[in-house]
Structures are given as structure tokens and as C-alpha cells.
Design a protein around this ligand. Structure first.
Ligand code: KG4
Ligand code: ZN
Length: 360
């Protein structure tokens, strides 16, 4: 089965072809440069960029893969949660194409697609504890099967990625800053007392990262020498005062430790509270799951609990269309599809699980 996936929920326009669980080809237009100037994604600009690039990416995908539109068996599109205007562009394109090719359409929950993405590289084993850490969400799920997700914990304010990006912004780094903080922290020594691990002193599985942001702000306010400027020559961030190298590495490592350890503690608590679920693996997913500190922390958590650790390679952790095509293919294999009137779902709202059953 050949499934075309379309992703437009934030600032990446992406299309991919997945055949029987294998990624054939993908095309992507990152809007990072468009939004970097503004220190975050500008929704209106994002929608326009999707409208401009998706048809071009579709043409390019067919050219690169040698696939003919007639070979496409189904179309999967991320329907949310995300930026509404951006989602509408991808969904309208998908609906039009599904009508033109007369193939079934599958509206995919972007968050579920993140959690299934590793299925393109590893066998997934269920029941799984799913830990989704992205720019917009920090969620814990009990995943009983690829079509059965139960949300058991979530951030009550900022997502982990939002805190990481704001921390980067305070340092003068371009948006999204996660990859730079990862890179700079790699050579750093963790000082666990530098930043708090927030919202652990309770008995629940929720997160709150806004306090960590505030504590980073007060820490950095007195240290202007730690700020970056963007190099005119290379376009990369360079320190205003290069001699603070090791201190900055330690600060980045310590900040990521605070995030990673908070995630680890809540995931361990979720395992303790759900022993009856017979959890076999932890699936770590989302853009922030590309982070080396978080990956290492979850690797050891899984070893301690005798669980399989499942995480996609970093390129499949951040937004992409391969995960959407894969999730769509899985749903279609379970005889599920969407009717043409499905809606795009804005961030903060619940994506309905209202698939229709295909009668074969
Ligand atoms: O999943 P994603 O691509 O988009 C959303 O659905 O939100 O996640 C984007 C987030 C951003 O906050 C970005 O800074 C973060 O993922 N990120 C990282 C790394 N790579 C991307 N954070 C930490 N370390 C990384 N290596
Ligand atoms: Zn995402």
C-alpha cells in the first residue's frame, strides 16, 4: 500500500510517501528562516508559506520518487492540533487531491503521528508508555495499540520545547533554539542545583515548565556576557564574549538536565501508577526527543525497568510528513478513514477520533 502524507501544522511544509511501512521519499520546506527574525512562528506568514510550497513539494516528490499519482492508494494529512490557518492549507490540498485521485483520505492526529514515527525504523511494542515532548506539547500517554491512545499527563502551562526555545531566546539564540542548546550542552558539566526541576512535589503526571523559564530569566538577567549574536559571516550564533565557553556549556547542560530529569521523574511515576497495564516499552517522541540528554535519561529509565526504549532518529523526531504517512497507513490498515468534511483542529483543542469504517 502506498500512502501520501502531508504535514502543515506549524512551520514545516512536508510531504512523504510511505509504502508498506517503509519511507520511499520525502520533501520538506522548513520556514525557520522566515520566522527566525521574529523569534517565533508568525501564524499568518506560516499559512502563506504552506500555500506557496505544498503544491511545489508535491510535484517534486513525484519527480524524485518516480511515483505516478495513479500509484497512490490513500492520502493522510495532519488535521491538528496546530496553527489553524496552516492546517487548513494542508487539509484543503489533501481533500482536493483525494477527490481528484478518487482515493481514501485519513485525517491524522499530529501528536499520535509523532508517537508512531519510530515505527518506520523499529518494531513498536504495546502496551507502551508514550512520552511526547514537542514545541507545543508535553504529554504522557498509555498506548494500548497504534489506534488506542489514552492521555494520562500533560503540561498545565508551557510545553518543554517552549521553555527550551524561550531559554534560547534569552541567550540571543535564533528560534528554534533546542538544537543549539543540545550542541552547547554536550561538552558541559551538569550542576543540578542551578535550575529547579519544576512541579514534581505532587502526586500527578502533569508538568509545569513556566517556573523553569522564570528561574532561567532571573539567572541570565545578571549575565549579559552569556548572550549570543548571529555571525554575519556564517549565519550561526557566536558569543559576544567568547571566553565564557565552559560556563555557557555548563549552563546549557544544567538547563537540559532540569528538563530531562523532570520528564524522567514523571514517566517513572506513570510506570508506578500503571503497573496493571503491563507496559512493555517507552516510546519517546516529538522534536525535543531529538535531545541527547533526554534520550540518555530515558535510555537508563528503560534499562532500570526492563522496558524496551523506542525513539526515532532525530530527523524523524521533529515535524515531518513521513510520520503522518505512516500513521495514516496504520489507520487505513485498521480499515479506518475520514469523510471529506473532517475539520482542522486548532492547538489546545481535542482532535476527535471519529473515523469511519471501510467496508471491504
Ligand atoms: O515536534 P516539533 O518539531 O514541532 C512541534 O510539533 O512543536 O518540535 C519542535 C521543538 C522546538 O521547541 C525545538 O527547539 C525542539 O523541538 N528541538 C530540540 C532539539 N531539536 C528540536 N530541543 C532540544 N534538543 C534538540 N536537539
Ligand atoms: Zn510536532
Amino acid at each position: 500500500m502506498l500512502c501520501l502524507g502531508i504535514e502543515s501544522s506549524c512551520d514545516e511544509s512536508a510531504l512523504a510517501l510511505v509504502k508498506d511501512g517503509v519511507l520511499l521519499s520525502q520533501t520538506l520546506n522548513s520556514q525557520i528562516d522566515v520566522h527566525a527574525l521574529f523569534g517565533g512562528v508568525v501564524p499568518e506568514l506560516a499559512s502563506r508559506e504552506h500555500g506557496r510550497s505544498i503544491p511545489v513539494l508535491y510535484d517534486l516528490l513525484l519527480q524524485n520518487s518516480g511515483v505516478s499519482p495513479r500509484d497512490i492508494d490513500c492520502i493522510a494529512v495532519a488535521c491538528g492540533p496546530g496553527l489553524l490557518g496552516s492546517l487548513l492549507v494542508g487539509c484543503a490540498f489533501a481533500k482536493g487531491l483525494a477527490l481528484a485521485l478518487d482515493v481514501p483520505l485519513i485525517a491524522v492526529n499530529h501528536l499520535h503521528a509523532h508517537l508512531l514515527a519510530a515505527g518506520l525504523e523499529h518494531e513498536l511494542s504495546f502496551p507502551a508508555l508514550g512520552v511526547l515532548v514537542s514545541g507545543g506539547h508535553t504529554h504522557i500517554y498509555l498506548i494500548n495499540s497504534p489506534t488506542d491512545f489514552l492521555l494520562i499527563g500533560r503540561s498545565i502551562d508551557d510545553a518543554a520545547g517552549e521553555a527550551v526555545d524561550k531559554f534560547g531566546k534569552m541567550l540571543g539564540l535564533p528560534y528554534p533554539a533546542g538544537r543549539f542548546i543540545d550542541e552547547f550542552g554536550a561538552g558541559g558539566r551538569v550542576k543540578p542545583s542551578l535550575f529547579p526541576r519544576p512541579y514534581l512535589d505532587n502526586n500527578n503526571l502533569d508538568f509545569s515548565f513556566s517556573g523553569l523559564k522564570t528561574s532561567a530569566l532571573s539567572f541570565l538577567t545578571d549575565r549579559p556576557e552569556l548572550r549570543f549574536k548571529i555571525s554575519e559571516k556564517t549565519g550561526r550564533p557566536e558569543l559576544i564574549k567568547p571566553e565564557v565557553g565552559q560556563e555557557l556549556k555548563d549552563i546549557c547542560a544544567s538547563f537540559m538536565f532540569a528538563v530531562a530529569d523532570t520528564l524522567r521523574v514523571k514517566a517513572a511515576r506513570a510506570l508506578e501508577q500503571n503497573t496493571q497495564s503491563d507496559i512493555r516499552s517507552i516510546i519517546l517522541a516529538g522534536g525535543v526527543a531529538a535531545n541527547s540528554t533526554i534520550r540518555a535519561s530515558f535510555f537508563s529509565l528503560c534499562s532500570e525497568h526492563g522496558l524496551e526504549f523506542i525513539v526515532a532518529s532525530p530527523a524523524l523526531c521533529t515535524d515531518n510528513a513521513a510520520m503522518v504517512a505512516y500513521a495514516g497507513e496504520v489507520l487505513f490498515q485498521h480499515d479506518l478513514h475520514s469523510t471529506l468534511d473532517f475539520a482542522a483542529i486548532a492547538r489546545g483543542q481535542q482532535v476527535p477520533n471519529d473515523y469511519s469504517k471501510i467496508l471491504r
